[in-house]
Design a protein around this ligand. Structure first.
Ligand code: SF4
Length: 305
């Protein structure tokens, strides 16, 4: 198959992309435009650097991935009628995975620089920052997150479902809206007794945009699996660290509500393009450097002058 190098990424929308733009337009530019094609050996040095920085991660992000993994294990155990692992077992697996990521970051600098997409690298380690705040936070959060996950209401329903009511969720679940790809993958979705449940795990703080994220995930599920139309739908924002569930119950016109968020966000992204058809951005200087407390944990701080 012939490999085609595209000079610009495809314009698409997701709520996480929108949050990135809202937090800092310059970081958004670095992540989506400057880093584009930075994986190519003959890419400009600044693109390769931005691509590498874009691949840096944090213990908080890795904990989020581990919560997804543990949730999949809990789903499998519940559906097959096996006993659920204890919170202590879940925590031990999570800590082991994070320990491996930590060790890889400590020893894998050369491997990461050679292939940034293939090696886990913590930002704090790579940029030689103080790692203590991050590890302290992780130590405080890991146990409560696993206890909160285990206490979620879904496992008993899934036990009753057995193999029925599965909703397959591709890694990059998306739908088309207004000629644009909108990414909106739930973390878990299933049908139990005539109700579609759509779930998003959250290990961080509450955010006003989180309910919209779940509405978009419902939109994806109903648009992808037409046999779900007509079912009752319940959304669940599971704040696992706090052990709190925020229900998200869609109104009759929830798609219009979610669509308004997409349109408004896309308009703000398009305003930063010189060629909206080809998704060519304005010059970097047009993307405001919005300095805030987030600069301390920004991947692009080394190239943000
Ligand atoms: S360091 Fe601060 S101003 Fe610069 S890109 Fe990051 S968040 Fe934006």
């Amino acid at each position: 198959m012939r490999f085609e190098v595209k000079p610009y990424p495809e314009l698409s929308w997701s709520i996480s992309r929108q949050r990135k733009l809202d937090r800092c337009p310059r970081a958004f530019y670095c992540s989506y435009y400057l880093a584009w094609n930075g994986w190519l050996d003959d890419a400009p040095a600044e693109s390769r650097m931005a691509y590498r920085l874009n691949k840096l991660t944090s213990l908080d992000a890795l904990l989020g991935q581990q919560i997804d993994e543990r949730a999949r294990e809990l789903e499998a155990a519940a559906r097959s009628g096996q006993p659920l692992p204890s919170a202590a077992e879940l925590e031990a697996r999570t800590r082991e995975a994070l320990r491996r990521a930590w060790q890889t970051s400590r020893s894998g600098r050369t491997a990461f620089e050679r292939k940034p997409g293939k090696t886990v690298m913590l930002r704090s380690v790579y940029l030689e920052q103080d790692t203590r705040p991050e590890t302290d936070r992780l130590n405080q959060k890991a146990g409560p997150c696993m206890a909160g996950l285990l206490a979620a209401s879904h496992w008993e329903r899934l036990r009753a479902c057995g193999d029925a009511g599965r909703i397959e969720i591709p890694a990059f679940a998306s739908f088309q809206y207004d000629g644009l790809k909108v990414f909106a993958a739930p973390d878990l979705a299933y049908v139990h007794e005539g109700t579609l449940h759509v779930i998003d795990w959250k290990s961080g703080r509450e955010d006003d945009t989180n309910p919209t994220q779940v509405l978009l995930q419902m939109w994806w599920a109903l648009g992808t699996y037409h046999e779900l139309e007509g079912l009752a739908v319940h959304g669940h924002l599971e704040y696992v660290a706090a052990g709190r569930t925020q229900p998200v119950d869609p109104t009759r016109d929830f798609k219009a509500q979610a669509a308004a968020s997409v349109r408004e966000g896309v308009a703000r992204m398009r305003a930063l393009l010189s060629d909206p058809e080809r998704n060519i951005p304005l010059e970097m200087e047009a993307f405001e450097q919005r300095e805030s407390g987030l600069c301390r944990t920004c991947n692009f701080a080394p190239i943000c002058e």
